[in-house]
Design a protein around this ligand. Structure first.
Ligand code: PA5
Length: 446
């Protein structure tokens, strides 16, 4: 089966007719994406990427992953924003929750750096790596982002010290722009294996480029299936699918209508802790794509039932400006059922014979009904199961819906001018060469 969307539980808040009323706008937006006539049309390389990914390209990525797998206990993925979230989302969703504690392993442990500037984080990472055979996948499209550049500088010198410069070169892969940026220059000078991030693919739309695929393959997951799932969703969410059958069209229409009706915050909900970083990836995708020109839904996320014991109160009874989008996984990959206990001191014998997932599903259903009663519209997105194929469908579905949704909202879903402001200030405060005037101006404010 394919992933599906159900918007029935939004109809107490918005009307079916109003959602159908978006058909023309959604169709025009989808057509603008495909014809390349909308805003940001120089960033549409992700659109046909699943169907245009070649077997040779995947084989190159897999061969590179194999070198890292064969030679490393740990691989550090260095990147921030769109340069790490896709990989982490997929790897976390597919990994055994206790994978990182396993000593007998087939694949390297994947850890991350350059996604923050935590000194203690980097110290602890470097300490951990001291006794490990490790490799580095250094990812930066611009090749000049401060956070990953700083982390890479530290890790590169550590790897060279531990392995020698020549051996280190074979354990470093750089993924960056084809010509520009410091990482490209560095990789050329040092002779690293590199992959190119095409100019026309932005970070948050890049999980099917080597940015996502190399770390995912290195973690031991099937990138062919990931691409196959995305390719099927490319068709499903394409121009030939009628509005009512196109989940990306329905999602884009429904969330825009909810937004128009005062639902300013969308909470992405999962009942599966492994999906936490899928939500982090989704937050970046929608937040950076739509949050501009003083508009855009604020993307938030919770992990249930965990957060029902923290955010549940607010969601049930707080300000009614929210709606929920639940990612529901139909079948778990493993089964655990509730055992009988003669003493029944915990009072749980009414659950005997039920699977843990049945309990979880009733929590999901009960929560949905309670939240809808409490004034929270509910969209449900269902995955048949959690695997590479379905994650490929899901992530591409969100990308396609995001492009459509941004156009319906009237913004450019492919730029992020607002992320420059903090960088400018940081560089001015750190006295970066070229920022002399800004340095003076900002220091005068302090
Ligand atoms: O989505 C985006 O464009 C950003 O989140 C970037 O991915 C992030 O800023 C990292 O940029 P770069 O890959 O150039 O280092």
């Amino acid at each position: 089966g394919n992933i599906s969307i159900n918007i029935d539980k939004t109809f107490g808040f918005i009307s079916k007719e109003a959602v159908s009323g978006y058909e023309a706008a959604v169709k025009a937006s989808n057509a603008a994406l495909h014809a390349g006539t909308g805003k940001g049309n120089d960033f549409l390389g992700w659109l046909n990427l699943p169907s245009s990914t070649t077997a040779e390209h995947l084989a190159d990525i897999e061969a590179t992953a194999k070198i890292l797998i064969d030679n490393c206990e740990v691989v550090v993925v260095v990147g921030i924003g769109g340069s790490y979230l896709g990989a982490k989302a997929v790897i976390d969703a597919l990994s055994n929750s206790f994978d990182w504690l396993q000593t007998e392993r087939k694949y390297p442990v994947i850890v991350y750096a350059g996604q923050n500037i935590g000194e203690d984080y980097l110290f602890e990472l470097q300490s951990f790596l001291k006794t490990k055979k490790f490799g580095i996948i250094s990812i930066s499209k611009s090749g000049t982002t401060t956070e990953p550049a700083l982390a890479f500088r530290l890790l590169k010198s550590q790897l060279e010290a531990q392995q020698g410069k020549e051996a280190a070169k074979k354990l470093i892969v750089a993924i960056t722009d084809k010509a520009r940026g410091a990482l490209r220059t560095l990789a050329t000078q040092e002779g690293y294996k590199t992959f190119i991030i095409e100019d026309n693919i932005g970070g948050r739309y890049s999980f099917l480029t080597p940015v996502g695929l190399l770390p995912i393959a290195t973690a031991g997951f099937d990138i062919k299936q990931l691409v196959a799932g995305a390719a099927d969703m490319e068709k499903i969410a394409g121009m030939d699918t009628p509005f009512a059958e196109n989940p990306a069209a329905i999602y884009a229409a429904t969330r825009n209508e909810l937004y128009k009706n005062g639902k300013k915050i969308e909470i992405l909900v999962n009942f599966h802790p492994k999906l936490h970083f899928v939500a982090e990836w989704w937050k970046q995708l929608y937040g950076e794509s739509e949050g501009k020109e003083n508009k855009g839904i604020f993307p938030a996320a919770v992990d249930f039932t965990t957060d029902l014991h923290s955010m549940g109160q607010w969601i049930q009874e707080g300000e009614r400006t929210i709606f929920e989008t639940v990612i529901s996984v139909k079948e778990p990959n493993h089964s655990v059922s509730v055992p009988s206990d003669d003493a029944n001191l915990d009072g749980l014998n009414f659950l005997v014979g039920k699977s843990v997932d049945q309990v979880n599903k009733m929590a999901e259903l009960g929560t949905m009904l309670a939240h809808v009663d409490g004034g929270v519209p509910n969209i449900k997105i269902e995955l048949p199961k959690l695997d590479e194929y379905n994650l490929g469908q899901l992530l591409y579905f969100f990308e396609k819906a995001c492009g459509i949704s941004g156009y319906v909202l009237g913004v450019n879903p492919f730029d992020q001018p607002g992320v420059e402001a903090y960088k400018k200030n940081m560089f001015a405060l750190l006295d970066k060469p070229g920022y002399e005037a800004e340095s003076k101006a900002i220091k005068a404010k302090l």
